[in-house]
Design a protein. Structure first.
Length: 193
């Protein structure tokens, strides 16, 4: 929903600007830390996606419009702070060039669609997408302990599933171990035929 200019009092708009500015600052810092040069185009694509989705407006009573925003999808794919930046940019372009919303009510629109929506949506996604503890333990156990052992008599990996890294060696040698084993020739020496 884009809130048009003149719908909210200037004091309310100033309050929403005051609430949005600190979030923009935090989002800018977080995005600078997380999003590196090769991921910047993804944030731009997220802003373009949000802009495109918001162009399909459906009027509702009392002078506002309803539409999809795409903020939660951007938050799930790029993170909630990148979604705050992307949707804020899309809202600014719409307010300045297309008259959706307004410059005075931009802070309120950003608060509703670029701050609350991606952060709450991302939090709900994290709660819903978290695997149950038993499934996570089973997957971790399989990943760490179901590797083939180096000999028939040696036990399987004894690393507990909660450990960060399994130290178990598989029977399949890597290229570096094969070249460094004492029975094979060194890479520097020519092979004898």
């Amino acid at each position: 929903m884009h809130i048009p200019d003149g719908y909210l009092s200037p004091a309310t708009c100033a309050t929403f600007y005051g609430a949005s500015v600190p979030v923009w600052m935090v989002a800018g810092r977080r995005v600078r830390k997380v999003v590196k040069n090769r991921y910047v185009p993804l944030v731009a694509i997220g802003a373009a996606y949000s802009f495109l989705v918001m162009m399909f407006n459906v009027p509702i009573p009392d002078g506002t419009t309803a539409h999809a925003v795409g903020a939660v999808l951007i938050a799930v794919l790029l993170g909630p702070w990148a979604a705050v930046v992307a949707v804020s940019i899309a809202l600014l372009i719409q307010a300045l060039f297309f008259g959706d919303g307004g410059v005075l009510s931009y802070g309120a629109n950003v608060f509703n669609m670029a701050i609350v929506m991606p952060i709450v949506g991302y939090a709900i996604y994290r709660l819903v997408a978290r695997p149950p503890a038993s499934a996570a333990t089973s997957a971790s156990t399989w990943r760490h302990c179901a590797r083939p052992s180096s000999s028939a008599s040696s036990p399987r990996c004894s690393t507990p599933p909660t450990a960060r890294r399994c130290t178990h060696r598989s029977i399949w040698p890597t290229r570096s171990r094969r070249w460094l084993s004492p029975t094979s020739p060194s890479p520097a020496s020519p092979r004898s035929s």
